[in-house]
Design a protein around this ligand. Sequence first.
Ligand SMILES: [Zn+2]
Length: 111
Amino acid sequence: MPMPSAPPSYEDSLQQQPSQPVQPASAQEFVIISAVLNRTPIRVTCPNCMENVVTVTEEKPRLLAHIICGALVVFGCWFCCCLPYCFDSLRKVEHTCPNCDALVGVYISGL
Ligand SMILES: [Zn+2]
């Protein structure tokens, strides 16, 4: 039985696509009014419950820190995989409303 003419391979069809700009991982993170936020709680009007509240802050590693940590583990750097969590610019401070627990904003240092 003759082989049908092979369609272009998956790689070839990928290369024919116009290259899409790759979004940095940080662009996917949720950032609101980060310009007026810092590490300390601030008084804001909650956009969810409209109450005038002082935000509750919680410091967390950013998504990028998890990605770098995962990459270090993949490359065998078991001992340095926690290093990304030590960098200030890879951490974020989430401000939440104490009244309704809504996320009011995220402060990312280094912006
Ligand atoms: Zn609220």
